[in-house]
Ligand binder design. Structure first.
Ligand SMILES: Cc1cc2nc3c(=O)[nH]c(=O)nc-3n(C[C@H](O)[C@H](O)[C@H](O)COP(=O)(O)OP(=O)(O)OC[C@H]3O[C@@H](n4cnc5c(N)ncnc54)[C@H](O)[C@@H]3O)c2cc1C
Length: 479
């Protein structure tokens, strides 16, 4: 990892042009957008037949990237749940992810992307404002927006991008819903529960936090399983209009601009922010607990309303009034993997998203890492001359992604104010010091332009291998 790990102390409004970024580059250069179809197929390019397991954010985004990077490929995706778990919650997409979505011509307007104006920290018991901060101008600082989405909108636009024909890409992704994968093999064999077998050049495993297939790429001694933490999250959405209609709750939701809020008590916190351009408010209520049977379901566990209201009882009456409006409440068991796994790829299998690096939501980076993974794969598998090059390209994926996803996985296990607790565990994945301030963490999370980093790695690798070949030729000519 380069110097971007160091906190850069500058006021949010300072122009990015003055900031030296990775590889000795200036921001204007590093963040300069690639023109559309920059990674589109070139004449004579080798196409791959790829299976993606799982059509969550990771699987869909990888499909978009791999299709657009122009393999002459039919992309199949296997999805067990008919997208059922993407219902009913919102997500932050940080600048490191939105710059990738922009490159792939993601339609932010159609996805009703919402921009935050400020964030506040409140005492959940008294409603006293403890801290309030304007959202940094991430477009100026990091060359990309900070956007909030309803997950269904994000999902739908990714699906559209992956499956709609484009002038520069011959193939589109095919999404096979309700086809659960029974097993895979490192040689690229996929076995469906129906018994059907198919052979692919590459299997991209994106089957989420309870992955069945991540174990394929690591040794038996390393566990890819996750354990429940001591926290669960109630998730629900409430139309903003309903909150404005009620004189008890109105004051929290009126006013200019969009606001994210954290109301905290000792052992619980209520987090909320708008999506769908302010039409809905998304809530996450983190409380102590462990759910029986989380092994079967982690996302959409049905909720007993009385238990929920009891959990809300320590909150300020206004917050209780807000929560009492929740209708379709889902429970999520927060789970974590003990430590990062050492390999992201083996044979013809590569891991992405939560399957590769499940993380707690404290940095809001799990989905963003999934987006980065897909983009890295898209670039590193572009301009492929021969299938023989695939193992090397996957090795580059490991090189580019391993430190980054491992570091973010560890940093995500605690709140931004508790990073000191994980500095030691995170240090092996940093070349410089582990960032511990909010600005430093934002810089570490938001700075990387994975498209450019992947392209540079690919170019450097080509140069190195040419130099090696030339050296070999020179040596043999002297024999
Ligand atoms: C409360 C909470 C808040 C969060 N907030 C943010 C945020 O603000 N920003 C952010 O970037 N991240 C956030 N995250 C993290 C983010 O949601 C995840 O990292 C992201 O959704 C992971 O996507 P994925 O595609 O890897 O996995 P998933 O979305 O879990 O998708 C995996 C898919 O694989 C399918 N599947 C599984 N097994 C099989 C099989 N055998 N055959 C076929 N299909 C299979 C599943 O049905 C599923 O659809 C949050 C997470 C939580 C819990």
């Amino acid at each position: 990892m380069e110097d971007s790990t160091k906190p850069i102390h500058c006021p949010p409004d300072e122009t990015v042009a003055s900031r030296l970024l990775r590889n000795g580059r200036y921001a204007g250069e590093y963040y300069k957008p690639f023109p559309p179809n920059h990674f589109a197929p070139k004449p004579g390019q080798q196409s791959l037949d790829i299976a993606i397991i799982g059509a969550g954010i990771a699987g869909l985004n990888a499909a978009v990237a791999l299709v657009q990077s122009g393999h002459n490929v039919e992309l199949k995706m296997f999805e067990r749940s008919k997208f059922a778990h993407e219902i009913g919650a919102a997500i932050h997409m940080c600048p490191n992810a939105t710059r990738i979505l922009s490159y792939y011509e993601f339609d932010f307007e159609a996805a009703r992307a919402t921009q935050l104006h400020q964030s506040s920290l409140l005492d959940a018991h008294t409603l006293e404002i403890l801290r309030i901060a304007r959202t940094p101008d991430t477009v100026r600082l990091y060359g990309a927006s900070y956007s909030l989405f309803h997950r269904v909108d994000l999902h739908q636009q990714l699906q559209k991008l992956a499956t709609e024909p484009r002038p520069n890409t011959k193939y589109v992704a095919k999404i096979n819903l309700s086809s659960e994968i029974l097993d895979i093999d490192l040689d690229g064999t996929v076995i469906l529960t129906s018994g059907e077998r198919m052979k692919k050049d590459l299997i991209v495993v994106a089957d989420g936090v309870r992955t069945k297939f991540a174990a394929k790429v690591v040794s038996d001694q390393i566990s890819t399983g996750v354990s429940p933490t001591e926290k669960v999250v109630y998730r629900f959405l409430i139309p903003t209009e309903r909150l404005l209609e009620d004189p008890r709750t109105r004051s929290l939701f009126e006013g200019e601009g969009f606001q994210a809020n954290i109301a905290r008590l000792d052992d619980r916190r209520l987090v909320w922010y708008p999506c769908r351009q302010g039409a809905l408010q998304n809530f996450g209520f983190f409380v102590p607990g462990k759910i029986q049977g989380y092994e079967q379901e982690v996302w959409n566990i049905p909720v007993d309303r009385e238990t929920f209201l009891k959990d809300c009882s320590p909150l300020h009456p206004i917050l209780q009034a807000v929560c009492s409006k929740a209708d379709d409440i889902k429970l999520f068991q927060l789970c974590m993997r003990k430590q990062p796994i050492p390999a992201l790829t083996k044979g013809s299998v590569v891991l992405i998203g939560d399957a590769a690096h499940p993380m707690l939501p404290h940095q809001g980076q799990g989905g963003a890492m999934a987006v980065e993974d897909g983009a890295a794969l898209g670039v590193l598998l572009s301009d492929l001359r021969s299938k023989k090059d695939v193992p090397r390209r996957l090795q580059l994926f490991q090189e580019l992604r391993f430190n980054r996803v491992s570091a973010v996985q560890i940093l995500s296990s605690v709140g931004q104010d508790e990073i000191h607790k994980v500095v030691k565990a995170a240090q092996p994945f940093f070349e410089g010091p582990v960032p511990t301030t909010v600005e430093g963490l934002n810089d570490y999370n938001y700075t990387p332009n994975i498209l450019r980093d992947a392209l540079e790695l690919l170019r450097q690798d080509r140069k190195d291998s040419l130099a090696k070949q030339e050296q070999k030729g020179y040596a043999s000519s002297r024999i």
